[in-house]
Design a protein around this ligand. Sequence first.
Ligand SMILES: O=C(O)CCC(=O)C(=O)O
Ligand SMILES: [Fe+2]
Length: 207
Amino acid sequence: MFDLIASDLRSKGYSIQKNALPRGLISELLDTFTDIPSEALKQAGIGRAHGQQSNAEIRRDEIAWIESTHGGAAGRWLEFSAQLQQYLNRTLMLGLFSFESHFAHYAPGAFYRTHVDAFKGQANRILSVVLYLNPEWGPEDGGEMILYSDLGTQDVLETVQPQGGTLAVFLSEDFPHEVLPAKRHRYSIAGWYRVNTSSTMRIDPPA
Ligand SMILES: O=C(O)CCC(=O)C(=O)O
Ligand SMILES: [Fe+2]
């Protein structure tokens, strides 16, 4: 599968893979997330990139950053992402250096308006990954992730059902995307690979 992802990235800049991880791992990841007490979840933020628009107009999900201390399933997810990183670095010379990811919960009605995950020239987030965790998801449940071609034309490239086990991978700067309002509780993991932008003046990521 890593080979399919690499060749998709080379030819079109994104890849959608169904059943990318074993069902057992997907359901353990979902359990890990739903075991996190709701006080520990954070309202997701949008940085300073959206001018005057308030956070809640842009996105309504709540998140928890993933650490290996979250236990076995989280550790296996991080292991998977490290293997993908190594594979893509070898085959595509992407120079991916670090990885961060968070669980995300979209309650019924929650959405994330069209955005890009990184801004051109800022050399931070290079590659985005999204892994879906709901065991069952149908078209009537909403919550699709729409992947658009570049900012100019915004043609719909893909409509991705957030079905458990599906993995979406795309170049962070190149593809605007959005999450349509979910009609059921929607669970996912979103992650980003960064390049190393260390210099003598700055250590990235911060220690
Ligand atoms: O959950 C998704 O389908 C995408 C989430 C997303 O775009 C993000 O967290 O940046
Ligand atoms: Fe995104």
